[in-house]
Design a protein around this ligand. Structure first.
Ligand SMILES: Cc1ncc(COP(=O)(O)O)c(C=O)c1O
Length: 406
C-alpha cells in the first residue's frame, strides 16, 4: 500500500479490537499484529487505561517515576545496567550505533567500521539505512556521508560492511569495527534466523578486537521471538539490546536501548565532560504515558507462563502452516524459527506474492509481503481457529494468484 496515496481503494482502518481490524470495507483479520506492534492484540485494556499520564517530563534534564521503574524492570529482567528511552526503533538503533562509536573511540581516534548482515533492516535514519545495506541506502552516498561544515569540522561517516553469514570474515578489518549490529531473526528480510553458531562467530570476532555487539530486537523483542528478548537464548549476550514496536502494544511511541555495564564504563571514560557524554535524548523519548504503557505490557509479557504458552502456540501454528501451504506449487519454503511468533512463506515470484496478499485482503485477511516472502506476525494471543482461517485464506489466495499470473 503506497504511503502517500490516501485516496486509494485499500480499506481504511477506522478501529480495531483484539486481532480484528475495523475498516470502511468491513472486518479484517490482522495477521500482522498491527505491523508487529501489538503483541497483546489491539486495544489491550491495561495499556489503554494508562495511555494518558496527564503530564510530560523530558528525560534530558529531569526524571519521572514511570521511566525509572521501566528502566529498572527492563535492566533487571534482561541483565543490563542502563536504559535509554527514545521514540522509535529507528532512532534507538541509530543511537546504539552512535553509542558504539563513542564507546570504542580512544583519544582522537574514532573507528569507522560497522558490520551488519545482508537482508537486514534497522530503521529509516541515514545511519540505520546504511547499516541495512544496498537497496535501502541506494540514495545515500556510499561509505557514509561527508559533512562539509563551514566552521571547518568534517565528520566522516562510518564505512558499512555487509557480511553474508556463510562467507569468511577475513576481508573485514575488525580492528576498525566499532560494532556488529544484527537482528536475531530478520523480519523485513523475510523471517530469516541468524544461526546461533554464526552469532557466536561474529560476536567473538567483534569482541576479540574491542568492538560492541548490538542486538536489534525492535521486532523480535517483547515476546515475538518466544522470549522477552530472543537474544536470551545466546550464551554470551550482546552488549546493547534495542527494543521497540511491541513495547507499548502500539499505543504510544517508545523504544529502549539497554546498555551492559562494560559499555557504560567505556562511555563514562570516553570523555571527561559529563555534558557531552550522553547526547542521546529525544523530546518524545520515554514520556510518562509511554513508560506507563510499557509497564502494563511488561507485566503481562514478561510472565514466564505467558512466554511458555507463546512458544507452544507458535509450534502448533507452524505445524498447521506447513501442512496447509507447504505442499503448494508456488511455495518455495516455509520459515518458522523455533518458538517464535514469526512466519514466512517464501514464494518463487514476487508478483504472485503481491497478488496473493491483495486477494487475501479482499477475503478479509491482512497479510504483508517482503519481497517474494509473505511475512506473518500475528498477535501473541491469537486463537488457533483464527490462525486456521488465515492459513486457509492464504493457501487459496496463493493458488489463485499463481493461476491468474501464469
Ligand atoms: C528490526 C527492526 N529494526 C528497526 C526498525 C525501525 O523501527 P521504527 O519503524 O519504529 O523506526 C524496524 C521496523 O520495522 C525493525 O523491524
Amino acid at each position: 500500500m503506497p504511503y502517500f496515496d490516501f485516496a486509494g481503494n485499500e480499506p481504511t482502518i477506522t478501529g480495531a479490537c483484539g486481532v480484528m481490524l475495523e475498516t470502511d470495507q468491513g472486518e479484517i483479520i490482522d495477521a500482522e499484529s498491527g505491523y508487529w506492534c501489538t503483541p497483546l492484540g489491539h486495544g489491550y485494556q491495561p495499556v489503554k487505561t494508562v495511555s494518558a499520564a496527564g503530564y510530560y517530563c523530558d528525560l534530558g534534564t529531569a526524571r519521572h517515576p514511570p521511566a525509572t521503574e521501566l528502566a529498572r524492570q527492563l535492566c533487571e529482567r534482561l541483565g543490563y545496567s542502563k536504559a535509554i528511552f527514545l521514540a522509535s526503533g529507528s532512532s534507538a538503533v541509530d543511537c546504539a550505533i552512535r553509542v558504539a562509536f563513542q564507546a570504542t573511540s580512544s583519544g582522537k581516534s574514532i573507528r569507522s567500521g560497522l558490520v551488519s548482515l545482508k537482508g537486514s533492516y534497522h530503521g529509516s535514519t541515514g545511519l540505520t539505512l546504511m547499516a541495512a545495506g544496498s537497496s535501502y541506502s541506494r540514495w545515500l552516498p556510499t561509505g557514509g556521508p561527508v559533512v562539509h561544515s563551514i566552521k571547518g569540522d568534517i565528520f566522516g561517516g562510518p564505512g558499512v560492511r555487509n557480511v553474508p553469514t556463510a562467507e569468511p570474515l577475513s576481508d573485514v578489518d575488525w580492528r576498525d569495527v566499532a560494532s556488529f549490529v544484527f537482528e536475531p531473526i530478520q523480519g523485513a528480510g523475510g523471517v530469516r534466523e541468524l544461526p546461533v553458531r554464526a552469532y557466536d562467530l561474529l560476536a567473538r570476532q567483534t569482541w576479540a578486537h574491542g568492538g560492541i555487539v548490538i542486538a536489534d530486537e525492535v521486532c523480535t523483542g517483547i515476546g515475538r521471538g518466544g522470549f522477552l528478548a530472543r537474544s536470551e537464548v545466546y550464551e554470551n549476550r550482546p552488549d546493547i539490546l534495542v527494543l521497540g514496536k511491541g513495547l507499548t502494544n502500539g499505543e504510544q511511541p517508545l523504544s529502549a536501548l539497554l546498555l551492559s555495564e562494560s559499555v557504560v564504563s567505556r562511555i563514562e571514560s570516553s570523555t571527561n565532560h559529563p555534558s557531552v557524554r550522553y547526547l542521546w535524548g529525544e523530546t518524545m523519548g520515554g514520556t510518562p504515558a509511554a513508560c506507563m504503557a510499557a509497564l502494563a505490557v511488561l507485566e503481562h509479557v514478561s510472565n514466564p507462563t505467558f512466554l511458555g504458552k507463546v512458544r507452544k502456540t507458535a509450534a502448533s501454528f507452524k505445524t498447521l502452516l506447513v501442512q496447509t501451504v507447504g505442499p503448494l506449487g508456488p511455495v518455495v519454503e516455509v520459515r518458522a524459527p523455533h518458538g517464535a511468533m514469526m512466519f514466512g512463506v517464501k514464494l518463487a515470484s514476487k508478483s504472485v506474492a503481491d497478488h496473493a496478499c491483495a486477494l487475501a485482503l479482499a477475503k478479509g485477511v491482512r497479510l504483508i509481503c517482503e519481497g517474494s516472502c509473505i511475512v506473518l506476525m500475528p498477535a501473541l494471543v491469537m486463537q488457533g481457529r483464527v490462525w486456521k482461517r488465515i492459513c486457509s485464506v492464504m493457501a487459496d489466495s496463493i493458488l489463485e494468484a499463481a493461476g491468474a499470473l501464469e
